[in-house]
Design a protein around this ligand. Structure first.
Ligand code: AR6
Length: 177
């Protein structure tokens, strides 16, 4: 576990684990715009949360790339799931970085409204959607730091959940700086 406290006293932590196992207020799902499930972390979350999640997601009517919607966690240990469709990487010239920033900002904004103190993000867009790992991590971290500097008392802990060793090494390195 790599920790970093900034001036806001929100703890930023990289974890190497399966996000569905985390006992936290909310986990974020790297969803698609249908919000009806898929592979990767989305598939794992639907599997672990159970069929009630799909029913709740159907009622949400989809979600635009870079925006976020919320459901209960159902059978998960986490109380809430925040669903955000990340951008598909097309080489970097189709607003991908801005859309990824928006995923983190909209998720944190929604979390704040639900009084969520501890939230865990997967490495959004870096799997099936092909976003370069290092650029995704730098974008995630700078967006989160900017958000918490403007909202210093909103969060207790923000977890960056790294499923793959490459992401774990990148986050460890960035959080040490
Ligand atoms: N816990 C934490 N991270 C995980 C887990 C897990 N259980 N499983 C995978 N990851 P991806 P995307 C990591 O492909 O790129 C889905 O089909 C994975 O190693 O899940 O945003 C959706 O429905 C990678 O680092 O999401 C969409 O159609 C990260 O999660 C599409 O994939 C994101 O990989 C979204 O693609």
């Amino acid at each position: 576990m790599e920790n970093c406290y900034d001036k806001t006293m929100t703890e930023l932590t990289a974890l190497q684990t399966d996000i569905t196992r985390l006992h936290t207020d909310a986990i974020v799902n790297a969803a698609n715009c249908s919000l009806l499930g898929g592979g990767g972390v989305d598939g794992a979350i639907h599997h672990a949360a159970g069929p009630q999640l799909l029913a709740a997601c159907r009622a949400l009517g989809g979600c635009r790339t870079g925006e976020a919607k919320i459901t209960p966690g159902f059978a998960l240990p986490a109380r809430y799931i925040i669903h955000t469709p990340g951008p598909v990487w097309h080489g970097g010239k189709q607003n991908e970085e801005m859309l990824l920033r928006s995923c983190y900002t909209c998720s944190l904004e929604l979390a704040r409204r639900y009084d969520i103190q501890r939230i865990a993000f997967p490495c959004i867009s870096t799997g099936a959607y092909g976003f370069p790992h290092e650029l995704a991590a730098k974008t995630a971290l700078s967006t989160v730091k900017q958000f918490i500097s403007r909202n210093p008392s909103a969060f207790n802990t923000i977890y960056f959940v790294c499923f793959l060793p490459i992401d774990w090494h990148i986050y460890q390195h960035l959080l040490e700086k």
